[in-house]
Write a protein that binds this ligand. Structure first.
Ligand code: FE2
Length: 179
């Protein structure tokens, strides 16, 4: 096979390929979790969340393809089996549990925040440890997208006093004036 001569050593390329494959696996788990909540969500915010999650899983689908193709551009092979995704991912599934709408949003905020922390570390590693400015730039773009998504999701649940079921605590319920 023709050698890849792009100014990165074999070790440097393999280093970033490993990072990209982990990010790919997490993106795939997040895609599946986002779709499941898009399907399952009920409640007053159904339409907003159902539509928002469709937008998010469309973005994730594009990002997954970009991650996999960047692995190929660096001479590697992207993970591409469900078994492989589960093995490499840092995110955990919440199988057998259908949370309230608020619980779903909170779970996805946690997941996006974890992906953001991973990407921040991978940006540093790509640039400083593996000397791959292209991957550092690419992952920075993904990081910014996840930050925006996390902000949007957070905005659904911030400013509300909620118990774990997503209802207003009884103590906070206001008695209407004149009753
Ligand atoms: Fe749909």
């Amino acid at each position: 096979m023709r050698a890849i001569n792009i100014g990165l050593t074999e070790e440097q390329r393999q280093g970033v390929i490993n990072l990209l494959n982990q990010d790919l696996a997490d993106a795939y788990l997040l895609l599946v979790k986002t779709k499941k909540y898009h399907w399952d969500v009920v409640g007053p915010q159904f339409r907003s969340l159902h539509q928002l999650w469709e937008e998010h899983y469309q973005k994730l689908t594009l990002n997954i393809d970009a991650l996999a193709e960047r692995v190929r551009a660096l001479g590697g092979f992207p993970v591409g089996t469900l078994e492989g995704f589960l093995k490499l991912a840092t995110l955990k599934e919440h199988a057998g549990n259908v949370p309230t709408a608020t619980g779903m949003v909170a779970n996805l905020v946690d997941d996006h925040e974890q992906v953001i922390r991973n990407l921040r570390d991978h940006v540093d590693q790509s640039g400083e440890k593996f000397h791959d400015q292209g991957t550092a730039d690419f992952l920075t773009g993904l990081l910014e997208q996840h930050e925006e998504i996390a902000w949007m999701l957070r905005s659904f649940i911030e400013g509300e006093a909620l118990d774990p079921d997503g209802r207003k605590p009884a103590a906070e319920a206001k008695t209407p004036v004149g009753v």
